[in-house]
Design a protein around this ligand. Structure first.
Ligand code: UPG
Length: 399
């Protein structure tokens, strides 16, 4: 592979198969030359930027003229939108007029700077949601929500509904997130890019080099969680599970989390964890895709002990590398992990500890689960599948 050229759909043939690639090319021809724009709230950090950096290139390679913009705003805007995010995942919120004003005014200013007269506009998550009310809408607008909507706080949800109902379609990651809305709802899961820095093949030597660079010891099995530092990802629960497990098996814990520019709580959660650091508890904040890749490959087991999770890209990423994942029994994780077959689902730190011990003490189980995990991702969670779903949805407006 020559990494100095842009990736094309043909590069995905070894993963998706010839037939799927031909089908995608044919469907894309029908919407060829359409001008599509994706808009979200950050170019770096977090799952949405990870998805858009791959998806937008691939759409262009298929002849769909696809752009990517981000909302700009001051810290108090992102502080408000993170509170909305938390409330949509079930938190309480004091929904004051001030919060609404900050949110709506910043979006009004963004609308003045962004001339969205594209053939299709795709808005990701709540941050840029109200943009739609500032345009004379000439074409379909789609709202793509990445959040776990299994039990949204009704105050915030009801406040956002009038914006959402201006859209022509809303995409949610699973059927469980279905809402009472006038807007048509479409359900499909996100997916991972097997050719991104985070997921592409790495040699053992490259893995060693990355881990050594950060001083991560590999003499004992690695128990790893990679996530933004966010309470919903339950880093405290991971540390608790690790401390219980290591009474029975020797292992090292690594918690890695890059900061996302649209998540002002990350630094605070990271600081709250620092006191847990010790020789065998490594807590790192770095933005290094190759390190994510190396850790997911070398880990004896990966945890994603979330309490809420729209989908959980890190689950599929580790599974793709043949590493068993212990996931929180919640949201989109339940659609990726089949308990006891390609990983484990858990509901407490104690259960997670049990499963860590079981996997570390049983290399055959680890191997078998890892293989099943990779096959699950190959069949269901690779980028080409979600790309095709986007193309189908866009095509449905053109028909
Ligand atoms: N990542 C890094 N470096 C880090 C930590 C994470 O590159 O230090 C990457 C990670 O590899 C993954 C992404 O960041 O690709 C994180 O994605 P995800 O685990 O899915 O979490 P969120 O950032 O919370 O993403 C939101 C939803 C999530 C959903 C995703 C896409 O919360 O549930 O899977 O959007 O829909």
């Amino acid at each position: 592979m020559d990494w100095n050229r842009l990736i094309t759909i043909k590069d995905y043939e070894p993963f998706a198969g010839t037939e799927a690639i031909r089908r995608i090319e044919e469907k894309a021809r029908a919407i060829h030359d359409l001008h599509v724009i994706h808009m979200n709230s950050t170019y770096s950090g977090g799952g949405v930027s990870q998805i858009l950096s791959s998806l937008t290139l691939l759409m262009n390679s298929l002849g769909i003229q696809t752009g990517w913009r981000v909302v700009h705003g001051p810290p108090d805007f992102f502080s408000v939108t993170k509170k909305f995010h938390n409330a949509l995942q079930g938190d309480e919120i004091n929904l004051t007029t001030r919060k609404k004003q900050i949110y709506e005014q910043v979006i009004c200013e963004n609308a003045a700077r962004n001339h969205l007269d594209h053939d299709i506009v795709i808005i990701h998550d709540p941050q840029p949601l109200p943009l739609i009310q500032h345009y004379r809408k000439k074409s379909p607008w789609i709202w793509r929500c990445h959040i776990d909507l299994s039990s949204p706080n009704r105050n915030v949800w009801n406040y956002l509904v009038p914006f959402i109902e201006k859209y022509d379609a809303a995409i949610f990651s699973c059927r469980d997130y279905h809402q009472n809305l006038r807007t048509p709802q479409v359900f499909f899961m996100p997916a991972i890019d097997p050719l991104s820095i985070v997921n592409r093949e790495m040699s053992e030597k490259e893995v060693d080099e990355r881990l050594e660079h950060y001083g991560i010891p590999t003499d004992l099995p690695l128990v790893v969680q990679i996530s933004r530092f966010d309470r919903w990802k339950d880093p405290e629960g991971v540390i608790k599970a690790y401390k219980i497990a290591r009474k029975r098996v020797d292992c090292t814990l690594v918690l890695l989390g890059g900061m996302a520019t649209d998540d002002p709580e990350g630094a605070e959660v990271y600081r709250s964890l620092i006191s847990h650091r010790e020789e065998r508890i490594i807590i790192l904040s770095r933005q290094d895709g190759a390190l994510v890749n190396a850790l997911q490959r070398r880990a004896a087991v990966v945890l994603q002990k979330s309490i809420r999770e729209g989908f959980g890209l890190t689950v599929s990423e580790a599974m793709w590398k043949g590493t068993p994942v212990i996931g929180g029994n919640t949201g989109g994780i339940r659609y990726q992990i089949q308990d006891g077959v390609n990983g484990f689902l858990v509901s407490s730190a104690e259960e997670a500890a049990e499963r860590i011990v079981e996997i570390l003490e049983n290399p055959e189980l680890r191997e078998k689960m890892g293989q099943a995990a990779r096959e699950t991702v190959r069949q269901k969670f690779l980028l080409t599948r979600s790309l095709e779903e986007y193309i189908d949805l866009i095509g449905s407006f053109e028909a």
